[in-house]
Design a protein around this ligand. Structure first.
Ligand SMILES: [Zn+2]
Ligand SMILES: [Zn+2]
Length: 301
């Protein structure tokens, strides 16, 4: 349900600002990405209740992405700002810190963590107790309009709020995992539904993987990347937790060159950094894939 809201925002709010040209020709970025095709899986068959069973989406090739003249990180806008909102216990603080590091490696941009916004700063009429008081929900629109959009730093490629509590977007909705505006380059994401990382090491790894996948998916939207339908890919839409868990933390040959073009990050260095991240924090399968992708990228030169 929540993801439907994000998708609607994506479709309606693709920005049209001019981007700076990057050093490597975009045709070469795409050709080298296509050379990694054998490391990827095609999109899985759509099942009942899956995203594409309920949303008609055409996908977006790299050429179609370029035709939209999407937003990119320019020389003057190379920072991703992150605002912690609410209180984080030890396990969730660790997930937050590691997700910040993952975002830095994924996009190759500086990530700046701003001062935390305490729950006491959120007005009572922008929060509610869900399910007769069982848990706290914060109003996503309030956070977007009143916390993240004002005073957006001039050098911000985008600004994201990481929220410890649950989110809801307003009347008619039970909750959202997150919400984003592509026009304003702002968004919020909640850790609330990613499991309790304090339960066990396995739960902490699962929470981290879910959180980094959501963060990189949504920030990708902020750089004009639409949902991917051709491959099993981090930019594929997701309608429920099981579908999201099936999707890999990697970008397909059509989506990788979009990110490289939008950020100017060196793909080879990016794969090395992501492999180290995976090795360091227990994401062994992801680390192993990044290692193979890095090798394939170098030999595709
Ligand atoms: Zn999405
Ligand atoms: Zn893709």
């Amino acid at each position: 349900m929540l993801l439907a809201l994000i998708a609607t925002a994506c479709r309606d709010e693709i920005p049209r600002s001019k981007s700076e040209s990057m050093a490597e020709p975009v045709s070469e970025l795409h050709a080298r990405s296509l050379a990694l095709s054998e490391l990827h899986e095609p999109a899985p068959t759509v099942g009942s209740g899956d995203w594409l069973a309920e949303h008609e989406e055409p996908g977006q090739t790299f050429a179609e992405y370029l035709d939209e003249d999407p937003v990119a990180a320019t020389a003057g806008r190379r920072r991703i700002y992150v605002v912690p909102i609410g209180e984080f216990d030890a396990g969730r603080q660790q997930v937050f810190d590691r997700t910040v590091e993952a975002v830095r490696h994924w996009f190759g941009l500086e990530v700046v963590v701003e001062a935390a916004v305490p729950l006491s700063a959120i007005p009572q009429n922008s929060m509610r107790q869900s399910n007769h008081g069982d848990w706290l929900q914060l109003h996503a629109g309030y956070l977007m309009r009143r916390v993240l959009r004002p005073n957006l730093p001039a050098d911000a490629a985008c600004r994201i709020g990481f929220v410890s509590a649950d989110l809801w977007p307003g009347r008619g909705w039970n909750f959202v995992f997150g919400q984003a505006s592509l026009r304003d380059r702002i968004g919020v994401w909640s850790l609330y539904r990613n499991g309790d990382p304090n339960e066990s090491k396995a739960a902490a790894r699962l929470c981290l993987l879910r959180t980094v996948k959501t963060a990189t998916h949504e920030i990708g939207h902020m750089f004009g990347m639409r949902h991917c339908t051709a491959w099993s890919c981090n930019l594929a839409g997701s309608n429920h937790q099981a579908e999201s868990d099936r999707q890999p933390w990697r970008l397909c040959p059509e989506c990788l060159p979009k990110l490289l073009r939008a950020t100017g990050v060196d793909a080879g260095e990016r794969f090395v950094a992501l492999r180290r991240f995976g090795d360091g924090f227990g994401l062994a399968a992801e680390a192993e894939w990044f290692a193979r992708a890095g090798d394939a990228w170098r030999s595709a030169r």
